[in-house]
Design a protein around this ligand. Structure first.
Ligand SMILES: CC(C)(COP(=O)(O)OP(=O)(O)OC[C@H]1O[C@@H](n2cnc3c(N)ncnc32)[C@H](O)[C@@H]1OP(=O)(O)O)[C@@H](O)C(=O)NCCC(=O)NCCS
Length: 147
């Protein structure tokens, strides 16, 4: 059964951090998620029987929005949920008046880059050696798309 999409206000930020820690090595902590809630960032979730399968965090300023994070529970990856969540949040942001969506991704994150390229994001800049990684440092790729 396809999960339900909705925006939500997380009351259990440890749950988000735990889910993300299983999905990637460089995730946010529960404290960072708490700060994100306090900053008024928007949370978008996919829920199956009230269980969170994946989520994304965005912030909007006037008609521009930024995708700060997107995570699908590893148990549910590779089944189209990342694409679904991105499609749904784009529609939500557009309905709220955003016209462009920006993001930043590690150069070595081939899966995320595939997801973004498939949804029409184009590269608009690079920060050389921005992120630490096991081999040293890697570039941050900046991308954007129209909504
Ligand atoms: C990136 C992420 C959100 C994608 O979610 P997902 O549900 O696994 O992705 P989907 O099944 O919707 O696939 C979307 C696209 O990702 C790419 N992709 C998915 N699995 C892949 C794999 N194993 N290898 C290469 N590309 C892959 C493909 O481009 C795919 O599009 P396609 O099906 O049209 O080929 C998920 O892998 C994740 O949570 N990763 C860890 C956190 C992370 O890196 N977030 C991004 C931070 S910038």
């Amino acid at each position: 059964m396809s999960p339900d999409y909705r925006t939500f206000l997380p009351d259990d930020t440890a749950l988000l951090a735990e889910l993300e820690s299983r999905a990637c090595a460089h995730g946010w902590s529960a404290t960072q998620y708490r700060d994100s809630v306090r900053c008024g960032h928007q949370f978008h979730g996919l829920f199956a029987a009230e269980r969170l399968q994946g989520f994304a965090v965005t912030q909007s300023v006037l008609d521009e929005a930024e995708l700060l994070n997107i995570v699908i529970d590893p148990q549910w990856q590779g089944q189209g949920l990342g694409k679904r969540l991105l499609r749904e949040l784009r529609a939500t942001l557009a309905a709220a008046g955003a016209r462009r969506l920006f993001l930043e991704v590690r150069a070595g994150n081939a899966v995320a880059r595939g997801l973004y390229a498939g949804q029409g994001f184009v590269e608009n800049g690079r920060r050389k050696n921005y992120y630490p990684c096991p081999d040293g440092r890697e570039d941050a790729i900046l991308m954007e798309t129209e909504l």
